[in-house]
Design a binder for this molecule. Structure first.
Ligand SMILES: [Zn+2]
Length: 293
């Protein structure tokens, strides 16, 4: 299904200029891997075994796709304007700034009488690589959010168009998330980014943060910037100036098909992989008491 989306993208008939996406091919820039069919890790990763956060002050360490988090907190399973969609997955831990951002956005939606957020994966209790689903989400700064309850898809991959279910209300939720100064990037399907570019008239500044990526047709992926006091957190390259709407050509250009396939393979290989983690993550693997003595 996901691969079909990708193939449909590669078959798009749009003779346009050639420019690789600015977020692709940066290791630190890998979005989430729910979009690709690659084998999960065979060996259980120690990171997926932890049920409790690592003690200590909150610190995001390393890169979004090769890192960990100390002092993570679990998000409540529900609150004003948000629900955890799949609590049984236990990917409910994040840096306190991430949890606060989600809670604030939920409150905002509620005050605007918009539908609540249906929140997918944050990260594991101590971050680190997950055995499946994502390449990133390792430093407590990433969260997936369903566009609508139930995680319906928003695009017709064959027609290369958003579905009617991608309403103004849904677009408004993405806009509100992007406008939060703590949010650095939001990944959505290229078809949705293109739709947002054409339907947004006035304030377009937030569009800059909305980046096209494979998949992301049933959820958007919110990524926070490195917290200022997380000195070991590796930031991504700065976003290029502008709203990013002129950079969409690469995703739809038939001439870029081989280039896209190569970039997609590189991205796929990172999902479920075990990247070398920074030195600072080793201490988080030490057994720690469940509760302070
Ligand atoms: Zn994600």
């Amino acid at each position: 299904m996901r691969i079909a989306t990708c193939l449909a993208l590669t078959l798009a008939l749009s003779a346009v200029a050639h420019a690789a996406p600015t977020d692709a091919a940066h290791d630190a820039g890998v979005a989430d891997g729910a979009v690709v069919a690659v084998p999960a890790l065979k060996l259980p990763s120690p990171w997926s075994q932890f049920k409790t956060a690592a003690n200590g002050p909150a610190q995001s360490i390393g890169a979004y796709s090769a890192g960990c988090v100390a002092g993570a907190v679990p998000i409540p399973l529900r609150g004003d304007g948000f629900r955890i969609a799949k609590p049984e997955r236990r990917r409910i831990f994040g840096h306190p700034i991430l949890v606060g951002t989600i809670q604030d956005l939920g409150r905002r939606l509620k005050s605007l009488h918009l539908p609540p957020l249906f929140v997918g994966d944050l990260g594991q209790a101590r971050g680190g690589p997950a055995p499946s689903g994502h390449a990133s989400h390792q430093t407590g700064l990433d969260v997936d959010i369903q566009f609508v309850a139930g995680g319906n898809k928003m695009v017709d991959a064959v027609k290369q168009q958003p579905l009617k279910i991608f309403t103004d209300k849904v677009a408004r939720i993405v806009e509100l998330a992007a406008a939060d100064p703590r949010v650095e990037r939001i990944f959505v399907n290229p078809i949705l980014k293109r739709a947002l570019c054409t339907r947004t008239d006035e304030d377009r500044a937030w569009l800059r943060k909305v980046r096209p990526w494979w998949g992301h047709d049933d959820h958007f992926h919110v990524r926070l910037a490195c917290p200022p006091d997380s000195l070991g957190c590796l930031p991504q390259p700065a976003l290029p100036p502008g709203d990013g709407c002129g950079e969409l050509a690469w995703w739809f250009d038939t001439k870029a098909q081989a280039d896209r396939a190569k970039a997609h393979d590189s991205y796929s290989s990172k999902v479920g992989a075990a990247p070398p983690l920074p030195e600072g993550c080793k201490a988080l693997l030490d057994p720690q008491p469940e509760t302070p003595p």
